[in-house]
Design a protein around this ligand. Structure first.
Ligand code: PLP
Ligand code: COI
Length: 354
């Protein structure tokens, strides 16, 4: 158990009014904890939200030794705040930490820190349909040193942001650009981690896709550029001839928590689910023969995001007439229903904060 020292702000900010975008507004407090070699993680504290003071030589600025997470707090139907599978974010934090040679964080401490901070700022959890309090934990390397080596000091920080839909279109189907030139990650690299470098690598293709009117990029494997991997901030699913298909975890894609939840829910419904390699050629063929019934992305920020259009080179595939598929809608209703406490939590995924 962490002994978290809480210092409340004396100048609380006004709560946002009107339509919330994603990740632009921050709450009154943040969590900070230091790591020092030889001492371990120490000085857990909740303090007023504010700027950090760091040396320009801090290693994170130069070599990108950092990891982050993303989860959400919801105001339940009973008025109580709740988290969705925070233990999974704690586990993924340590999986990312290991790859980036960052010291591991006890899972219980991660969940406790998130829970305590959300409780302090619980009146910031928005309640309108489709909104939530987005939680962004992250760890940065803070040694003042320009040599390339793992840092000996770190900061673990959590900030909170009341947010609405990730895409401006809300649950409306998005258009996705299958990138055939740039790649995001390769096996043996960092693709399975949540680290800033993966997102930096993605920007160039995202700009290209946006310029062409598409919301996000769908990455292909980094070796053959043939197999579907994942979208910029989501995992991807297809319904092909009645079967739910998603790329298997291969080390270069993020093991999404929403992905895992959707697989569990579909299996519980008795739907056939396949985690396997999916080639872009298979998709084009399925679309031509009318077997590509639905496509959707899954992610914390995006929840379930129906995909109405997929572009690959000169092929533009319109899926389900560009509308929201029946299964995508049912999954959205089920996942958000569990998160908000409107549906029974038969999998034990929700942590209610008292
Ligand atoms: N893939 C990438 C690259 C992501 O950034 C995210 C978002 O976190 C996901 C997939 C979905 O993961 P999760 O469902 O855990 O949010
Ligand atoms: C998520 O938490 O769903 C994300 O991937 C966030 C995204 C903005 C990078």
């Amino acid at each position: 158990m962490l002994d978290i020292k809480v210092t409340k702000t004396t100048a609380p900010k006004a709560k946002p009014e009107g339509k919330l975008g994603f990740g632009k507004i921050f709450t009154d407090h943040m969590f900070i904890m230091n790591y020092t070699e030889g001492q371990g993680w120490h000085d857990p504290r909740i303090v007023p939200y504010g700027n950090l003071s760091l040396s320009p030589a801090s290693m994170v600025f130069h070599y990108g030794q950092e990891i982050f997470e993303g989860l959400k707090a919801y105001r339940g139907a009973d008025g109580r705040p709740r988290l969705f599978r925070p233990d999974m974010n704690a586990k993924r934090t340590n999986s990312s930490n290991k790859r980036l040679v960052i010291p591991e964080l006890p899972e219980d401490d991660f969940v406790q820190a998130v829970s305590e901070l959300v409780k302090v700022d619980s009146d910031w959890i928005p309640t309108e349909e489709g909104t939530s309090l987005y939680i962004r934990p992250f760890i940065i390397a803070t040694d003042d040193f320009l040599g390339v080596a793992p840092s000996k000091t770190y900061l673990f920080i959590i900030i909170l942001s009341p947010s609405g839909a990730y895409y401006e279109s809300g649950l409306e189907p998005v258009g996705i650009w299958i990138e055939d030139d740039y790649v995001r990650a390769v096996r043996g690299g960092m693709g399975f981690t949540k680290t800033g470098g993966n997102y930096a690598a993605s920007l160039i293709a995202q700009v290209k896709a946006h310029d062409d009117g598409y919301s996000q990029v769908l990455w292909l494997d980094g070796v053959e550029r043939k197999y579907i991997e994942e979208v910029g901030a989501m995992n991807i699913f297809f319904k092909i001839d009645g079967v739910v298909v998603t790329p298997m975890l291969n080390g270069s894609i993020l093991p999404g928590i929403t992905r895992n939840s959707v697989i569990e829910i579909c299996k519980d419904w008795g739907l056939p689910v396949e985690e396997r390699k999916v080639s872009v050629d298979e998709l084009i063929e399925a679309q031509k023969t009318g077997k590509l019934e639905e496509c959707w992305g899954t992610g914390t920020a995006a929840v379930i995001s129906p995909v109405g259009k997929l572009r690959y080179k000169d092929d533009v595939m319109i899926i389900n007439g560009g509308g929201i598929g029946e299964l995508s809608q049912k999954l959205y209703d089920t996942v958000t229903g569990i998160q908000l406490g409107k549906l029974e939590d038969k999998f034990g995924w929700v942590k209610v904060l008292d």
